[in-house]
Design a protein around this ligand. Structure first.
Ligand code: NAD
Ligand code: ZN
Length: 378
């Protein structure tokens, strides 16, 4: 079968790889209809993670069940399903508590597994014609048959629930003001989710005009950080006050690279932008090690966080991989009921063969390349 394979920094190719197959009785094999490219793939693509060549990328997957292992009870051949990016077992202490992003079973020695991701377990990605899904009764979310809402449903694998998770971590409540750093697909989904939860004003910070325009069309107030200190701009637009809540949807790639000593952490700007006793939700990725970091300390994943300002303001913070399963049944039903249309972020629907080009454009943040969906049957 064909799949998107990582070769070296800034290079993926579409290759023939061994077919996905049932390896355990509780597996299914899914024929992929849509697999999205994610900002998280870019950490590996840009060579920051030390990922080995040969990884099949793709953790945002949906499709139709093609083959069912003998131990699977609930999922049938022909079911249309979306696969949360976290691989969970469903029975460990963390899965039972709903913390499926931190499953203790699927990734020996670590908490949490994912498809097609360095250090997240042995699971191949779904930017391919087929995908093996372990613990399939737990890891498949069933969808109505047919092709309706395909692009909206595809976003249930990661960015819609991840954006929602950010608002949950920050405890966004009706009537509150929220600032979201990053107008990438994840930040846009966080801003959208904040509005679904009844936020009164949502500010979205980025420097990319096309992404800021999309945020504005989705009902947020754009803030361009290339035009001056983002926290000051937000306060000015918010009656002189910081916002009630804040979200980091950028992560560690906004930190200093060559020649810069002090990382320009988005988190430090958030400490300024949010009012005292507010809360921060951090879904932008921070890795425990950054082999490409500019200093020894950065290589160990250490960053200079302004703990003093954070403490002084009595702020709270939640972090981590999103527990997709916690939200995606409810978000699916909002899509079906016409109450949510997250696919406004989708900019491209392309065949698998165009993945190398799509990675280049998305990685360059070329104008208009917001969210790419790969469709193996195109
Ligand atoms: P992206 O790279 O397309 O978006 C990041 C955006 O941040 C870009 O538009 C960029 O211009 C902007 N940006 C850069 N520096 C900035 C700064 N200083 N202030 C404000 N904006 C800045 O990626 P994405 O797909 O939207 O993903 C965003 C982050 O979320 C990534 O780190 C990704 O790994 C992470 N992520 C986490 C989870 C999770 O479960 N926690 C899931 C998916 C993605
Ligand atoms: Zn993702």
């Amino acid at each position: 079968m064909k799949a998107v394979v990582y070769q070296e920094p800034y290079s993926v190719t579409v290759e023939d790889v061994p077919d996905a197959r049932i390896e355990d009785p509780n597996d299914v094999v899914v024929r992929i209809t849509t697999a999205a490219i994610c900002g998280s793939d870019l950490h590996m693509y840009e060579g920051r993670t030390g990922a080995e060549p040969g990884i099949v990328f793709g953790h945002e997957n949906m499709g139709v069940v093609e083959e069912v292992g003998p131990g699977v009870a609930r999922i049938r051949k022909g079911d249309r399903v979306v696969l949360p990016f976290n691989v969970g077992c469903g029975f460990c202490r963390n899965c039972l508590a709903g913390d499926t992003g931190f499953c203790l079973t699927v990734n020996e020695g670590f908490a949490g597994g994912a498809y097609g991701y360095v250090s997240m377990g042995p699971y191949r990605g779904g930017q391919a014609e087929y995908l093996r899904v372990p613990f399939a009764d737990f890891n498949c979310l069933k969808l109505p048959p047919g092709e309706q809402f395909e692009d909206d449903f595809a976003l249930l694998a990661d960015i819609f629930p991840t954006g929602y998770h950010a608002t949950e971590l920050a405890d966004v409540s009706p009537g509150e003001t929220v600032c979201v750093f990053g107008a990438g697909p994840v930040g846009l989904m966080a801003a959208y989710s904040a509005q679904l939860r009844g936020a009164s004003k949502v500010f979205v910070v980025d420097r990319q005009p096309d992404r800021l325009a999309l945020a504005e069309r989705a009902g947020a107030i754009p803030v361009d950080f290339s035009q001056g200190d983002a926290a000051e701009q937000i306060k000015e637009l918010n009656g002189g006050e910081g916002t009630d809540k804040g979200i980091d949807a950028v992560g560690y790639q906004a930190t200093a690279r060559e020649g810069e000593e002090q990382p320009a952490l988005v988190l430090n700007t958030l400490v300024d932008a949010v009012r005292a006793t507010g809360a921060l939700g951090v879904v932008g990725l921070y890795l425990p090690a950054d082999p490409g970091g500019p200093t020894e300390s950065a290589k160990k994943g250490e960053l200079l966080f302004r703990m003093g300002g954070f403490f002084e303001k009595g702020l709270r913070m939640g972090t981590g991989q999103a527990d997709v399963k916690r939200y995606n049944r409810q978000l699916r039903d909002m899509i079906i009921a016409g109450r949510a249309q997250p696919s406004f972020v989708v900019s491209h629907r392309l065949p698998l063969a165009e993945a190398p080009d799509a990675y280049r454009h998305f990685d360059n943040r070329d104008p208009g390349w917001t969210k790419v969906l790969l469709k193996p049957d195109l």
